[in-house]
Design a binder for this molecule. Sequence first.
Ligand SMILES: [Zn+2]
Length: 203
Amino acid sequence: MSELRRSPAPKSPVELQLDGDEVLDVSTGQRHHPVEMAGQLKWVSALPGSGMPAHQYVVFGYPPPLPVQVLLTVIKARGYNAYFRGYPSPMRYVELADNMRYWRTVLNRTHMLNRCTLDSVEPPRRVDQGAKRIPWDGPPWAPYGSPWPPGYVEISPGEWVYRSNLDPRRGFECRGCAHRYWLSVPNRPCPRCGTVPRAPADI
Ligand SMILES: [Zn+2]
């Protein structure tokens, strides 16, 4: 029997569904443990600072590698929507048996899977428990009332944007060897000679 078809959505290489604590590959019958899959990814530790809590991330493309797909399946099927600090929209989170919280983000077409330990930050505010957006003072990722970090300018009341050319941490000049580097945290040593800046007077 023939059917008229709409143009198909980009095809995912595998079809996955949550089955108990595992994720089932429908086509092969193979089962995947989400925590085991997470262990196969090369997590990058995010640079701390400016009120951003410690976390890790993996950047992925499409189609995502299988471990990412497994984790995205769990986030979608078992996650909850919740607001984090001052962000205007909720994100979807899930906690796994490794005592880590997982969520995905996309920024400027960069897709990321993120995770943090449960004790690294206050829990996000669940929508199913009545949470709403909170008018926020300061950067949305930082505790309420935190100052905007260097490089952010207020282009209209309450609207802040990042201008890297105004960021004094960019091209910070080492007082030891004059090499310029990214001063991600005030005491970051020079990657070339190891000199530690006299923060914050050097900035
Ligand atoms: Zn140096």
